[in-house]
Design a protein around this ligand. Structure first.
Ligand code: ZN
Length: 404
């Protein structure tokens, strides 16, 4: 089968690999009909998250058809259409039973205290082969897969694999009530779903902070009040907008998923060559080469600083932006002296997926407004590059395995 395989920093290849097989009685084999590229994948490819092992299949978002189930998978049969949650969890340990699927005791082979396990990640997270492939082995399939209602399309369901649940998780952690005034820092795909989720939870006002005009436009279309930090100080503006009080709730949807003014330097010759030889299906224009913040290395916690400053006294901060375990900077003094509540973590995808599928099936929300590009697998390298360059319109990239 074909899969997107990590070889080295900046060197990923679409190549032929061996088909996966059932290894454990709780496994299933799924033939993928949709996958996607996530901002996190770019960190692995650039090397800003260390530890990727050569040979690992990338990707942690997937929708497909069950081909085969192990003897202990009793809730699925071949032919079922399923979405696969990004994080891997056993479904039977005390953490899974409490809904902390991202802190499962059993999914990470390095032990109970070794962190979140997920598809297509670095060695310390498993490594588990990912979902940018024609087929995948799904461990703990009884809990890792969720049946898709007939009325929900693949294009909708792929967004429930990772980014919609992550946005919903961010809003859930923020403890949003009817009438709450909420600020969302970062309006990428996850930030857009934080905004959508805050609306679902009854937020009174949602203030969206970013500097990409296309992202701010999308936030505004969702009903958010937008702040472009290229044009104005976001903290001062938010304080003015809220009568000098600040926001009740703030969500950091940025993390180190930050802008590289020099991201092209991160792509190696291999990736450049692969791109050059691929059809130039995307426009070459790059619009975000500005000198602004969110550059890992010199301002890794900019969004966190702004969030803490923009919060009202006794407000709540939710952190879902991804930070590496080595990150240590946080404005603890200011947060403490404002009596803030701080909640954070990796998304417990499986906790939210069934509910979000129900919301889509019932027409309460259509997540497709965030998905802007669909590419056949043959263009995957070019798609990675366009996504990495944050070209306008490349907010989220879905891949169609099996289509050339
Ligand atoms: Zn577990």
């Amino acid at each position: 089968m074909k899969a997107v395989v990590y070889h080295d920093k900046g060197d990923i290849r679409l190549e032929e690999v061996t088909d996966p097989t059932i290894d454990q009685p709780t496994d299933a084999i799924v033939r993928l009909t949709a996958s996607a590229i996530c901002g996190t994948d770019l960190h692995f490819v650039r090397g800003s998250f260390a530890g990727m092992e050569p040979g690992t299949i990338l990707g942690h978002e997937g929708v497909g058809i069950v081909e085969q189930v192990g003897p202990l998978v009793r809730n699925f049969r071949p032919g079922d259409r399923v979405v696969i949650g990004s994080t891997i969890a056993c479904g039977y340990c005390s953490y899974c039973r409490a809904g902390y699927f991202a802190q499962c005791d059993n999914a990470n082979p390095h032990g109970k205290r070794s962190g979140t396990a997920f598809f297509g990640g670095p060695g310390p997270t498993g490594p588990w082969n990912g979902l940018q492939a024609e087929k995948a082995r799904i461990p703990y399939a009884h809990i890792g897969m969720v049946k898709i209602p007939d009325s929900v399309t693949d294009d909708q369901a792929i967004l429930v694999s990772d980014i919609f649940p992550t946005g919903y998780f961010g809003a859930d952690l923020a403890d949003i009530h009817e009438g709450s005034t909420v600020a969302v820092f970062g309006c990428g795909p996850v930030g857009q779903f934080v905004i959508a989720s805050a609306r679902l939870m009854g937020a009174g006002r949602i203030i969206a902070v970013d500097h990409h005009p296309d992202r701010l436009k999308m936030a505004q279309q969702q009903g958010a009040e937008v702040v472009n930090f290229d044009n104005e100080g976001p903290v001062q503006t938010i304080v003015e907008m809220t009568g000098g009080i600040g926001v009740d709730r703030a969500i950091d949807a940025v993390g180190v998923d930050a802008e590289h003014a020099h991201h092209h330097a991160a792509a190696s010759d291999n990736l450049r060559t692969a791109l050059d030889s691929a059809a130039h299906a995307v426009e070459p224009e790059v619009t975000d080469a500005g000198p602004h913040a969110y550059t890992p290395g010199d301002a890794p916690g900019q969004a966190l600083d702004w969030a803490v400053q923009a919060l009202a006294k006794a407000g709540t901060l939710s952190i879902i932006g991804v930070y590496p375990p080595t990150q240590r900077e946080f404005p603890i003094g200011e947060a403490m002296n404002k009596n803030l509540t701080i909640k954070m973590g990796n998304c417990n995808h499986r906790k939210y997926i069934p509910h979000l599928l129900d919301l889509i099936a019932s027409g309460v929300i259509d997540p497709l407004k965030v998905l802007t590009k669909t590419e056949p697998m043959g263009s995957v390298i070019a798609a990675y590059e366009a996504f990495d360059a944050r070209r306008p319109g490349w907010l989220k990239v879905e891949l169609k395995p099996g289509a050339d």
